[in-house]
Design a binder for this molecule. Structure first.
Ligand SMILES: [Zn+2]
Length: 59
């Protein structure tokens, strides 16, 4: 089995992990009620998705 010749230093390990941070979840405005929601999801406030009510929501 191929094996690394020596242990990776803390610096090298850190350099590799510098690109692993998670990005913030993006928010878009609901076209019906204007509340900020995650893209491609039903609006929790009004139950609308793509200009059409798809779930019952407290109004
Ligand atoms: Zn909405």
């Amino acid at each position: 089995m191929a094996n690394p010749k020596r242990k990776l230093s803390r610096a090298s390990r850190g350099h590799r992990r510098a690109h692993l941070a998670l990005s913030r979840t993006q928010l878009v405005r609901c076209t019906h009620c204007g509340v900020m929601i995650r893209p491609h999801t039903i609006c929790k406030a009004c139950g609308y998705y793509r200009g059409r009510q798809v779930t019952l929501a407290a109004e």
